[in-house]
Design a protein around this ligand. Structure first.
Ligand code: NAP
Length: 293
């Protein structure tokens, strides 16, 4: 892999750490004001090793930021009704400020039904229809964590979004779709691509900003890219592989996210930031340091 110090790299680790640090300061202020820390509850169904690792990492980061973390575990055989009931209990629990349902859920579980059991005021991962509508309409609300993190990264690196052509490869409800909506809200001209898209490479070649969210290692090739464009690799596949053929892409791009160390760290930071924001809002408190409130 090419040297990590390349100035074309959009590294997320430092920015993500700063966001967590500010979230930690705000969590401490909330704790001092209310007598309890903000609380993020995670729901984990089954024991998929990657999901177990993600949830542990999220809990570790929460605790480090002074955010209380709860974990509700259900068997891999859990039904939609059981998972929905567990999420419903957390939604009704006044001590819980944010709810994260770790996905993917087992095939027998209706993911949408489970997401919709999250109280919108606690939807700190931005997965409910309420949050999606807010992102689509440009209304205040919680961003879906990974697209929200990507937007922060683009802003941090000074990428001009108004008028640019942004091509999103992937249209999942947690990544591709909300990503396109957030970019549209920032005046980009957005094209969504998916598995039925015809002439995908030709469309990607017209992108000033391309977001790869496919889940296939090395899927986007270097010769698909517009010279001088910006490449966001949201993919995270086994073996730390992104969705972009990085070594081919790097010489063509102005900016590109590495995998790991690009988009990944931003997701957890946005999740924690939104948890603190949810806690303040639920308590009816104004956090003066919160630019997004
Ligand atoms: P997903 O739900 O499986 O969606 C994949 C999308 O890619 C679908 O919209 C699919 O199109 C599209 N696609 C599949 N094959 C294609 C092809 N040949 N040409 C064009 N489009 C194609 O995946 P996801 O949850 O969005 O995740 C995508 C990637 O992001 C994964 O690698 C995942 O691990 C990663 N991810 C990373 C983070 C993070 O924090 N860094 C968070 C979430 C996800 P159809 O809709 O037509 O099927």
């Amino acid at each position: 892999m090419t040297e990590i110090s390349d100035t074309r790299l959009m590294v997320g680790t430092g920015l993500a750490e700063r966001i967590r640090s500010v979230a930690g300061e705000r969590a401490a202020r909330y704790h001092a004001l209310t007598g309890r820390p903000p609380c993020l509850a995670a729901v984990l169904v089954g024991d998929d090793p990657a999901s177990v690792t993600y949830v542990k990492m999220k809990q570790r980061r929460s605790q480090a930021a002074g955010i209380d973390s709860q974990l509700v575990r259900l068997a891999a055989s859990a039904t939609t009704e059981q998972v929905t009931a567990a999420v419903g209990e957390l939604s009704a629990d006044d001590r819980v400020d944010g709810i994260l349902v770790q996905h993917p859920l087992p095939d027998q579980v209706d993911e949408r039904a489970v997401f919709e059991a999250i109280e919108p005021a606690k939807d700190v991962d931005g997965v409910t229809m309420h949050s999606l509508a807010a992102m689509a309409l440009g209304e205040p609300g919680f961003h879906c964590a990974t697209p929200g993190g990507i937007l922060r990264l683009l802003d941090h690196y000074g990428v001009e979004l108004p008028g640019c052509h942004a091509v999103i490869v992937g249209r999942s409800p947690i990544l591709g779709k909300p990503m396109g909506l957030l970019l549209l809200g920032r005046d980009a001209t957005v094209t969504f691509c998916h598995s039925k898209t015809v002439n995908l490479a030709d469309i990607v070649r017209t992108a000033d900003v391309v977001v790869a969210a496919v889940g296939r290692p090395g899927f986007l090739r270097g010769d698909w890219l517009k010279p001088g464009g910006v490449v966001i690799d949201a993919g995270y596949n086994p073996g730390n592989a992104g969705d972009v053929a990085f070594d081919e892409a790097l010489p063509k791009t102005r900016l590109i996210t590495p995998v790991p160390g690009g988009v990944g760290p931003m997701t957890i930071s946005v999740l924690l930031e939104q948890t603190v924001r949810a806690a303040f809002a639920r308590a009816g408190l104004q956090d003066q340091t919160c630019s997004a409130c």
